[in-house]
Design a protein around this ligand. Structure first.
Ligand SMILES: [Zn+2]
Length: 174
């Protein structure tokens, strides 16, 4: 597996274990050249999905590409990569189980936006603003208003509190 930081072709596996839902194997890797650490996931692919883009062009569904766009939205956010993986698993399962061979790119985007909503509010706004291609500031503000409204509604839920935390809670047992 090529190092995402320096491009070195050789990286070492430090640790392998099944992910929470047993749908994949999580591997911690380290690059001996630059010391970079990253995580890979190995999983079963049930069938090929074809994405129909806005332009009408068709392309095979590219999970890695989706993960890369999520990494950008999640940059510097305190979200466990495994939770991101589980969210994407859920999106892919929904797409695979829809029975449609071809899937509109907008549908994938909306599913991911829904997944990010509960994962991380900042990444949710980042992804949605890029994905929905907001040209006007008021579109963006409407989304933020929607989000703030929801945060108020769920103020007492532990999930909402976790999502708002930037630093690990020292009092919390791991
Ligand atoms: Zn490297």
């Amino acid at each position: 597996m090529r190092c995402p930081y320096c491009g070195s072709a050789d990286t070492q596996v430090k640790d392998s274990r099944p992910a929470e839902d047993n749908s994949c194997i999580r591997r911690r890797r380290v690059c001996p050249v630059c010391g970079g650490r990253f995580t890979t996931f190995e999983r079963v692919q049930l069938r090929e999905l074809v994405v129909v883009k806005k332009s009408g062009r068709r392309a095979p569904f590219d999970r890695d590409k989706l993960m890369r766009s999520l990494q950008i939205a999640l940059r510097k956010r305190p979200v466990d990569p495994e939770r991101v993986e589980l969210m994407v698993n859920g999106v892919v399962r929904q797409l695979e189980s829809s029975g449609d061979a071809e899937i509109e790119s907008s549908r994938i985007g909306e599913l991911v936006i829904e997944g990010l909503r509960s994962l991380d509010p900042v990444a949710f706004v980042r992804f949605a603003s890029v994905y929905r291609d907001f040209r006007e500031a008021r579109d963006f503000n409407a989304l933020v208003d929607e989000l703030v409204g929801e945060a108020k509604d769920s103020e007492e839920s532990p999930a909402a509190r976790r999502a708002g935390e930037d630093k690990p809670n020292p009092g919390k047992a791991s």
